[in-house]
Write a protein that binds this ligand. Structure first.
Ligand code: AMP
Length: 217
C-alpha cells in the first residue's frame, strides 16, 4: 500500500511526478490546487470562498482545505493508495491530516520532498502551460510537448497559462509557501517518513529516484 505525500514548492514537479506515479501504481491523485480550480470553475461554495485567496497567491484557510481533503479521502478510489499533491502545506494542516488518516484508517506510508532552488522555480512557473482539454502540464523550458502546439496526452491544441503563474503572483506564492516548507519537512522527518529527491533533474530522473524510494519501502 502506498499512501504518499509529495512535498515541494510550486513548480517543483509534484504534478509531473504524480502523473508518472498514477501510471505506474494506479494511485488516486489528490491535488488540492486542481480541486480548488475545479470548484472555482463550477462556482461551488468552496470555489467562491477559495478564489480570493488563490488569485492573490495566498493560502486558502486550513480548515476549508482539510475538509475538502477529508471528503476526497472517503472516496473509493483511494482504497488502493493515494498521492497527496499540494496538501498539507502548513503544520496545522499536517496535524489535521493525522486526525483524518487515523479516523479513516489510511495511514501515511511515505513523504517525499522534491527539492528545487527558488531561482529555478521562478523560471519554471513563468514558462508553465496547461492543456485546456485534459489538464496536462508542460513547460517551455523543461517539458515541452513532443510536437509543438499539440498535447502529448490528448492531442488537444488549446493551451493556457495559470492565472497564478503570472510573474506578479508567483513571488508571493513562493514566499508564502517557503515559510511553511521547512517546518513541514521537519514534522515528517521526526516521524521517520521523509525522503528527499533532487528536483532539478529531468522529470524521468526525478521519477526514477522516487520510484526507487517507494520500491524499498
Ligand atoms: P497549487 O496548484 O498546488 O499551486 O495550488 C494553487 C493554489 O490553491 C495555492 O496557491 C493556494 O491558494 C491554493 N491551495 C492549494 N493547496 C492548498 C493547501 N493545501 N492549503 C491552502 N491553500 C491551498
Amino acid at each position: 500500500m502506498i499512501n504518499l505525500i509529495l512535498l515541494g514548492l510550486p513548480g517543483a514537479g509534484k504534478g509531473t511526478a504524480s502523473e508518472s506515479l498514477v501510471d505506474r501504481y494506479h494511485l488516486a491523485h489528490i491535488s488540492t490546487g486542481d480541486m480548488f480550480r475545479e470548484a472555482i470553475s463550477q462556482k461551488t461554495p468552496v470555489g467562491l470562498e477559495a478564489k480570493g485567496y488563490i488569485d492573490k497567491g495566498n493560502l486558502v484557510p486550513d480548515e476549508v482545505t482539510a475538509k475538502l481533503v477529508e471528503e476526497r479521502l472517503t472516496q473509493k478510489d483511494t482504497q488502493k493508495g493515494f498521492i497527496l499533491d499540494g496538501f498539507p502545506r502548513t503544520t496545522i494542516q499536517a496535524e489535521l491530516l493525522e486526525k483524518i488518516t487515523a479516523k479513516l484508517n489510511k495511514p501515511l506510508t511515505r513523504v517525499i520532498s522534491i527539492e528545487v532552488h527558488e531561482d529555478v522555480l521562478i523560471k519554471r512557473l513563468s514558462s508553465r502551460f496547461i492543456c485546456r482539454t485534459c489538464g496536462a502540464t508542460y513547460n517551455k523550458l523543461s517539458k515541452p510537448t513532443k510536437v509543438e502546439g499539440v498535447c502529448d496526452r490528448c492531442g488537444g491544441h488549446d493551451f493556457y497559462q495559470r492565472e497564478d503563474d503570472q510573474p506578479s503572483v508567483v513571488k508571493n506564492r513562493l514566499r508564502v509557501n517557503e515559510k511553511m516548507n521547512t517546518p513541514l519537512r521537519d514534522f515528517y522527518h521526526q516521524k521517520g517518513l521523509l525522503a528527499q529527491v533532487n528536483g532539478e533533474q529531468k522529470p524521468e530522473k526525478v521519477f526514477a529516484e522516487i520510484d526507487q524510494i517507494l520500491s524499498q519501502d
